[in-house]
Design a protein around this ligand. Structure first.
Ligand code: NAD
Length: 491
């Protein structure tokens, strides 16, 4: 079904855009066109920002206990429509239905966490910092804030930001990925049903021009971004040069290390899920597997057979474990990076290129692929492939493995598989990345923890989710008050 031209949600109304250009939104498994998304021009961002600024004057005065009532209603509507939203995510993004349900669940957990805002937004105080003088710190909302999100988690990533922003008393503008705009159409229709005052949450579709208008708009005070490192750097630079607060999450190249004492079955299945789940299009996907010592023998055979037996297909079909990649260009890019790995000396021990799935011949499928003995100095060891490709390397001890982890320009995640507590502690202590997994393949922080990428995986100071979200979406104000005792004696 083609949903036609998608609309923006501005000032409490669904509005057609005046965009000159629309892009087709395609189901990556079938190549069917599902809708057309507008590339909204600058003046529509201006319109949204002005309405948001107007709405904020009133919204900031709504008590936090009332603000969260909209989130409670939203949470229940999201639950009622859970399957429908997840199916939309699968259709536009390609991941399996189970994966879509998983990401929506993680997203809803952020709504739930933000419902605790009456306690989270509290400041602190000291009585008698000097005789008769008290000092208090209160938090106030920042104002109008915006988020720009990527294609790979159409449901979850906008929810890393929106619930906290709204509950803290801000007015929020979302620019979702133009490749997957439909999930948020549904999520915003549910938000509309909560009766949230107009202008408090707005949805504007588009790409670069729309983003630039957000980055330059004087009324927008803070910007959250998730996407590739090149764009994250650009957004961070332009937003901060314009005096905005910014938190920008970038790309990744996540290593997992397998020690000889790791549990072979559990390690293989967890690493396969990490590398090939969501077709490898996850910023926390394992993309490099480093075997240490004797682990090489058992792990190489086991992961190869897990890769070869993974069922690839349309994410809504029964039993499918991995869907397509997002676009035909993405498939071509992934396949040419695999070729580059080979030309740099790696052995292609599982080749998933040129995949054909019966019934879905137009889909952008790449099957699980494994490159062995990848050159640690080569291009392929540094480049984010963002597809179902695992690069294997081998070292003699844990120190060499940690050195490989720390050499990376990225710092999103690293995992260790072992039964040794001492090795796990050493790794946790020495690895220079922000998210660590021990016997886990996707160390995704829960809603009440910050999502802590480091190095080229994050630009900014305060991360998304949890307490960091509250810090990001509030301004601190310190008040020092002197009330001399003698004045009260007069009453
Ligand atoms: P992307 O950088 O292409 O796009 C992200 C957003 O930026 C989109 O909304 C897009 O419209 C906008 N955009 C794209 N090019 C732009 C430009 N030149 N100027 C201004 N705006 C622009 O990323 P993507 O392909 O949608 O997502 C995949 C990337 O996101 C991967 O690199 C992945 O690692 C990363 N990612 C990171 C995290 C994290 O938590 N660190 C999470 C998910 C995805």
């Amino acid at each position: 079904m083609n949903n036609g031209h998608l609309q923006n949600f501005i000032n409490g109304q669904w509005q057609p855009s005046k965009a000159k250009e629309y892009l087709d939104v395609k189901n990556p498994a079938t190549a069917q066109v599902m809708a057309q998304v507008p590339l909204s021009p600058k003046d529509e961002v201006d319109q949204a920002a002005r309405y948001a600024a107007e709405a904020w004057e009133e919204w900031r005065q709504v008590p936090v206990t009332e603000r969260i009532q909209y989130l409670f209603k939203w949470k229940f509507l999201l639950e009622e429509n859970f399957l429908d939203i997840a199916r939309t995510t699968t259709d536009e993004c390609g991941k399996t239905l189970e994966e879509s349900k998983g990401e929506l669940r993680r997203g809803i957990e952020n709504v739930e966490t933000a419902c605790g805002m009456p306690a989270m937004i509290q400041g602190y105080n000291n009585e008698d910092i000097a005789r008769g003088i008290d000092e208090i710190m209160i938090r106030q909302p920042v104002g109008v804030v915006a988020a720009i999100t990527p294609f790979n988690f159409p449901g979850m990533i906008p929810l890393w930001f929106m619930p906290y922003a709204i509950a803290c008393g801000n007015c929020f503008i979302l620019k979702p990925s133009e490749r997957v705009p439909m999930t948020m159409q549904k999520v915003f229709k549910l938000l509309e049903q909560t009766g949230l005052p107009k202008g408090v949450a707005q949805l504007i579709n588009g790409s670069k021009e729309t983003v630039d208008a957000i980055l330059d708009h004087p009324a927008i005070r803070a910007v959250s971004f998730v996407g590739s490192t090149a764009v994250a750097k650009y957004v961070y630079g332009r937003a901060t040069a314009n005096g905005k607060r910014a938190q920008c999450q970038g790309g990744a190249k996540n290593p997992i290390i397998v020690l000889p004492d790791a549990d072979p079955d559990a390690t293989t299945s967890i690493v396969a899920d990490s590398a090939f789940g969501c077709a490898g299009q996850r910023c926390l996907a394992a993309s490099i597997a480093v075997t240490v010592g004797a682990a090489r023998e058992w792990f190489t055979d086991a992961i190869s057979s897990a890769a070869k037996t993974r069922k690839v297909g349309y994410g809504l079909d029964e039993g499918v474990q991995m869907g397509p990649v997002i676009t035909a260009q993405s498939k071509t890019r992934i396949e040419s990076l695999v070729q580059q790995g080979v030309s740099e000396g790696a052995k292609l021990i599982v080749d998933g290129r040129k995949a054909r799935i019966t019934g879905y011949e137009q889909g952008n499928f790449v099957k699980p692929t494994i490159l062995q003995d990848v050159n640690p100095q080569g291009e392929i060891a540094r480049t984010e492939i963002f597809g179902p490709v695992l690069s294997m390397m081998h070292v003699q001890d844990i120190d060499q493995a940690i050195e490989l982890v720390n050499r990376s320009s990225y710092g999103n995640m690293a995992c260790l598989f072992t039964r040794s507590g001492a090795a796990a502690r050493k790794f946790r202590y020495e690895a220079r990345v922000g998210n660590i997994g021990i016997n886990l393949g996707v160390a995704a922080p829960m809603a009440f923890f910050p999502f802590t990428g480091w190095k080229e995986s994050f630009f900014g100071d305060l991360h998304g989710q949890g307490w960091d979200g509250v810090e990001f979406y509030t301004e601190k104000k310190v008040v020092v008050e002197r009330w001399p005792k003698e004045w009260s004696r007069k009453f």
